[in-house]
Structures are given as C-alpha cells and as structure tokens.
Design a protein around this ligand. Structure first.
Ligand SMILES: [Zn+2]
Length: 346
C-alpha cells in the first residue's frame, strides 16, 4: 500500500484489534496467569507464598524491574512437568490468536527451570508441542528463542547452550534477559560469538532501564539483529541515527514500561517519537500476565494515551513482520494481509 486510505478515527480501536500482527517480545513464563499458576501448584504439590489468586495479583505492584523479577521467579517454581510447559504456552497461543497475532517468536528462560532440577528436554518439548499444535489448530506460526539470564555468569550460559544443543532444531535463536543494570551485554560476548557460529539468530534486551551504551554494545559486541526494549535509545541522537539507518528493530513493550516505571505515565511513552524518527519499532506484551495486558491491550491503551494514528498502526503492523525472523516471501504474504485489513477499514 503506497498511500494509506483515510480511516475514520472512531474505527481505529477496532482496526487495532483486527489488524494482523507479529509478537516478538513475549517471555512465556511471563504469560502464566495466577489461576493457572495456582492450578499447577496444586497438582504438583508446590507451596506458593500467596494465599489466593487475589493475594498474588495484589503483589503485582512493582517499583522497578527487580521487584517484578523476584515474584516472576517465584511463580515459575510451579512449572515441573512437560504438560505444565505445554499448558502455559497453549494458553498464551490461544490469546495470541484472539488478538490476531499470526506470528510469534517466544522467549523462554531454561536456566530458571534447570536450576530447579527440571530438565531441558521437559521444558523444550512442552513448549515445542504447543507451538506445533498452534500451527495446526490455530493457524498461528510460533517459534522459540532461548534466553540466557544475564544476572548469571557467562559460564552458566555456555552450559545452558550445551544442554540445549540436542534440541537445536526446536529454537531459532538466543536472547539475553533478566536484571539489566550492572550486567552489560559485553559480559556475554563469547557465548554470543559461539551462537553466531552455530547460525542462531541473536537478540538482547538493552536500553530498558540500562543506558544507551548497552544498546551500542549489544549491536557492536554481541552483533544482535534486534534490540529488545531499547527505549532509552532516544537519549542518544547518534544511536537513533544508527538504528534508523541499519533498520535495527526495537521490540517495545509499552504496558511493561508503565508497570515497571520506565515511563511515569503511558502518555509520556516515546513509541511515537521512535516511529517518527524512522525506527523499526514494534509493540509487544513482554510479560502479559504480570503487566496487565496482551497484545491488543498494549495497542489500545497506548494509542488512547498517546494519540497515535492509523498511519502509526499500519507502520507498527508492517514493522512487526519485517522485524521477524521469517523469510522474505512470508513477510510479503503478511504485509498483503495487513494492507487488506486496512483497505477494509477505509
Ligand atoms: Zn522482556
């Protein structure tokens, strides 16, 4: 679509819901809703430090990234069997379908589970089976990205990679997540170089709470293809120029940023600024069970708060497929589907 047809403002919310989109920044452990967490705790006889679902939800009053991570790791403790990993991913994939997410690249944190004695095989097989079923039954294309926990050592990351190698065909890339400040990307230079040799796609969280310098080293030392979050990049004009010129995508997560106090109010979010500067920014849910919303909640609330337009919506939908790790022909197919829905709303 060369020029976007005019779309009446009152139709924008429905368009945001209906437009085809890809999700590229979702931690599957962060999609575990309290109800399912309590169900798994019961069937696996794991004690949770919360009396009820409501009690747990009340604890979701975070002041920064670390305050969230403490609860997130406690919640992941209920995941024991392959069925648990399948059920968690299947619940997310059904929500993705309902939000017109046609393609998703899902992060998982094996170290959170292997450190508790759950095998890599259990984790990967449960998640993989849900991805296969999503393709067959929901028409949602889903793949997995293995994330290293950056608060742990690079040696630990190497061991994790080793454990994952028998399942190499079940994940498309590696990422870097968890506590950002004090754990710069370059701490993982060697393991990312090894993953690059193995032909894995590379992404990393950078510039969520950490400085623009972390985005630079993620690009220049780790050689990542995409930056997760990256919202702090707007503080560095040279970096903004680099991201725009090299078309390095940013997987932005507005409701996460609000919940973790990266921006004091949603209307202060810089998504519009990133898009208007020509960056390949995308919208994603990060840890939707904890941050108050899946994909469409992120789109609807952010557009309402910041006054973004249908042209921004089109850009975000197109960017989400461009930024994904699918082939050029598939990207074109999804781009045509985006344009068809926008034409319907004109
Ligand atoms: Zn994240």
């Amino acid at each position: 679509m060369e020029r976007l047809p005019p779309i009446p403002a009152e139709r924008l919310p429905e368009l945001l819901r209906r437009m085809p989109k890809a999700e590229l920044h979702i931690h599957i452990e962060g999609s575990l809703e309290p109800e399912l967490m309590f169900e798994m705790a019961q069937r696996n006889r794991v004690a949770l430090p919360y009396a009820s679902v409501d009690d747990l939800r009340r604890a979701y009053d975070f002041s920064n990234l670390q305050s969230f991570l403490d609860i997130y790791y406690a919640g992941a403790g209920v995941l024991i069997t392959e069925r648990d990993f399948f059920d968690m991913a299947w619940a997310y994939l059904q929500k993705a379908r309902a939000d017109h997410v046609l393609h998703t690249e899902i992060f998982f944190d094996p170290q959170t589970h292997t450190a508790r004695g759950v095998s890599m095989e259990t984790v990967v097989n449960g998640l993989h089976r849900a991805c296969e079923q999503a393709r067959a039954q929901l028409g949602v294309n889903a793949s997995l990205i293995l994330c290293f926990l950056r608060h742990l050592s690079e040696e630990d990351a190497f061991q994790t990679l080793e454990q994952a190698m028998p399942f190499r065909d079940r994940f498309i890339g590696v990422g870097l997540d968890s506590s950002e400040v004090g754990h710069p990307p370059e701490k993982f230079a060697k393991v990312f170089a090894r993953c690059r040799e193995l032909g894995l796609h590379l992404v990393a969280h950078a510039g969520e709470e950490g400085p623009p310098a972390y985005v630079w080293t993620a690009l220049d030392v780790l050689k990542v293809e995409r930056i997760d979050h990256g919202v702090q990049s707007s503080k560095d004009p040279a970096l903004m120029k680099r991201l725009a010129q090299d078309r390095i995508p940013l997987t932005v997560c507005p409701l996460s940023n609000l919940k973790l106090c990266v921006f004091p109010r949603l209307q202060d979010h810089n998504l519009g600024q990133l898009l208007d500067a020509g960056l390949v920014a995308t919208v994603n849910s990060d840890d939707p069970a904890y941050f108050g919303g899946y994909m469409n909640d992120n789109f609807l609330r952010t557009f309402e708060a910041t006054g973004l337009t249908a042209a921004h919506a089109h850009r975000l939908a197109v960017n989400s497929f461009e930024a994904s790790f699918i082939g050029a022909a598939e990207k074109r197919k999804y781009r045509d589907q985006v344009d068809a829905v926008f034409a319907e709303f004109a």
